[in-house]
Design a protein around this ligand. Sequence first.
Ligand SMILES: [Zn+2]
Length: 281
Amino acid sequence: MKPDTKNMELQTKEGVAFLTFPSFSAYPFVRHAFSTRIGGVSKNEFSSMNLAFHRGDPDGNVMENYRRFCAAAGFGFDTLVSSAQDHHTFIRRVGRGERGIGFRRPKDKASVDGLVTDEPGVTLVTHYADCVPVFLLDPKKRAIGLAHAGWRGTAAKIGAKAVAAMVREFGCDPKDMVAGIGPSIGPCCFEVDRPVRDVFAALTELNPSELIRADGGGKYRVDLWETNRRTLMEAGIPEQAITVSGICTKCNAEWLFSHRASGGKRGGLSAFLALTEERAE
Ligand SMILES: [Zn+2]
């Protein structure tokens, strides 16, 4: 099976497969990756690169998967900082002092759906299985952000909140920023009922009639990718600087974890984003 990776590139190192955005790979001082199911040690529904703790897979397996992933994709395991996602929109600024949170040391804060930093050697890590990963980079100010946008976070514009945090914390200009909308449930598969449809229909400034399709029988399909893309453009990121991966997790559940495809019996994917410590000009 050769996965169709649309607008991302599939890299395989040491048996570990991961996805990257060409627009981020263009910057030598940035390292980023989105995981796949390929190259880990976990079994059954967690097979094999499960990067989610506390879903029934032994912690030792998940830890080993992180070690393998980091070795293959070029992240220092000791530099990882995990989010604490609960579908709200709080964005946390982290630095070297937070390294190891969620890995070598326990999480110290609840409700962190986005992480930003301008410190090299700090790897932001957020967690997925259908929700939308939003990657952000300001190559001028050398600042980065990752945001977890489920349907609630998408409707609450967490992408724009992460951009605003980077403007406030690091003096970023959205006009300089680059964004990537990663693998997640696509408009092909994200079916919702009326109450969720109504939340998106209320986003009148984003032309919601173009984001929602009625399937009949009280069912609708919502385009989370396009909602996030328009949110980032509204926040000031140029259209040509935003890449939508186009990869649906539910359509590709053999090699990506999908909550909906698996009925919730599944492992997790992670997004990784770091500024590297060598600042070669
Ligand atoms: Zn799909």
